[in-house]
Design a protein around this ligand. Sequence first.
Ligand code: ZN
Length: 365
Amino acid sequence: MSYKNPEHKNFPMVKRVVFGRGSLNQVGDIIEPKRKNKKAPFIYIIDDVFEGNPWMIDRIPLRYNDKIIFISAEEEPKTILVDQYRDQIVEEFDELPSGIIGIGGGAMLDYAKAIALMLTNPGSSADYQGWDLVKYPAIYHVGIPTISGTGSEVSRTTVLTGPVRKLGMNSDYTPFDQVILDPELTKDTPKNQWFYTGMDCYIHCIESLNGTYLNAFSQSYGEKSLELCREVFLEKDVRDEESQEKLMMASWHGGMSIAYSQVGVAHAMSYGLGYLLGTKHGVGNCIAFNQLEEFYPDGVAEFKKMVDKHQVEIPQGVCKDLTDKEFDIMIDIALGLVPLWENALGKDWQKTITREKLRSLYEKM
Ligand code: ZN
């Protein structure tokens, strides 16, 4: 054990959190004490599906020169876009913003975290993709999820697709200063997205609970999250208020579980799909997990029951027309995620996970 590489992680958490239906209405009261002065705005990063939706937009308490930036969640967040939004903000205002508030699914939360970090750290966000590369604390940042499952609201990372890798800015400065959990905001999530993102949470639990990094801390959160996922996706027939609330807390607990363990095989392979094909995180995990019976037999069987119950289509054959070179790109991305493989299969993971093995798994997807 050393000072630099402690045996036990000392990880940061979200500083403050509100939970409850309608709690979005408190955002103005919550952030106002953090306003530095009238010239330092709050910048809201909002999923563009809410553009022109008065139910959401009329509740955003803009004052002075506060601003909303609408961003599309059609594609996964990219380093080049993070840099562009940062530059745009720096150019438009005389002072650094008082804070960044992200409202949306995992992509918007990741944009908010990344932009908040890049307002105080020089260079490109691509320079900080990895573990503990960020040098300076971010500006004040707030996360308000409108889709449940990614765990981005609690995580110490912000996953970005960059020029050479798909990897998070994983740092002690990344977690939100404030999170507002308002389950009502998830009521209109389209069914497929609700399911794919919910399964992201389910897969976090399975990968965490079956990993070699598991300890009592991550297990206690993982088991609670798994129980909530089962209630939402197997026991309930409707997406009522109770189900919205349970899935929001499942996401939180799933994120807490992987904070002290790690994800595994489905995530490693999903990052390859995302990098090459632009497959979004939730559906990419489902495509991968669907073919991983040999690693997670019970989890995959239960996942298939959930797919059947909700009659959701999991895309198949997404790799069928790929070239050798394209397979190699995905394999390189997946193999680069060493902690994920080590968690899934132990220190000797390279004995079973060869390039050929990954190629044969990708060919089934
Ligand atoms: Zn995930």
